[in-house]
Design a protein around this ligand. Structure first.
Ligand code: IMP
Ligand code: MG
Length: 186
């Protein structure tokens, strides 16, 4: 029996991205980042918790000298929609003055979280800030925010797995699928 099948059958409407598709795309992103930052020292900033899986895979595909740091933020809103009011729960451990920062996020949805983060990090004197996001839902954008490295552009559906949660669950599913609407409508 494949891993997690029992859990999937209850929550998943449709498989969107297999672990093989994700791994191949993450490898490509890592190669692109390696080329783009050649000769520069990078700091990868992971946004807890959704980005941890992508972050751990991506860092191993980047062939550069780099350091890592993490931020945890909470965005007020419902379980499936962020409000754009963002609070920092855990800040960076190190300062980023004159550093080249790559923010690593799971998904860009409205774009509100990342536009807040970009502003916030720029105000601390970073030399540059780019965004890597595994997923992008452009149909739901509320602010003009474009990721620099995007894994996959997906339709407007709520997805879980590979780090992405619904009410903190399903992050451990190894691939990405659409959550059955009845799960969050009930
Ligand atoms: P934004 O501020 O609307 O762009 O929201 C970004 C955050 O909302 C992401 O970091 C996720 O935590 C969460 N999010 C948005 N869409 C989804 C989804 O389809 N599944 C799981 N989490 C999502
Ligand atoms: Mg989340």
């Amino acid at each position: 029996m494949p891993l997690n099948r029992a859990l999937y059958q209850d929550v998943r409407e449709e498989l969107l991205l297999t672990r093989q598709q994700i791994a191949a795309r993450v490898r490509e992103l890592g190669e692109q980042i390696t080329r783009d930052y050649a000769g520069r020292e990078l700091v990868m900033i992971g946004i807890l918790k959704g980005a941890v899986t992508f972050f751990a895979d991506l860092m191993r595909e980047i062939d550069l000298s780099l350091t890592v740091d993490f931020m945890a933020i909470s965005s007020y809103g419902s379980a499936t929609k962020s409000s754009g009011v963002v609070r920092i729960l855990k800040d960076l451990d190190h300062d980023i003055v004159d550093r080249h920062a790559l923010v690593v996020e799971d998904i860009v949805d409205s774009g509100l979280t990342l536009s807040f983060l970009k502003e916030n990090l720029l105000s601390r004197g970073a030399a540059s800030i780019r965004v890597a996001a595994l997923l992008d839902k452009p149909d739901r954008r509320k602010v003009d925010l474009r990721g620099d490295y995007i894994g996959f552009t997906i339709p407007d559906a709520f997805v879980v797995g590979y780090g992405l949660d619904y009410n903190q669950r399903y992050r451990n599913l190894p691939d990405i699928g659409v959550l059955k609407p009845e799960i969050y409508e009930e």
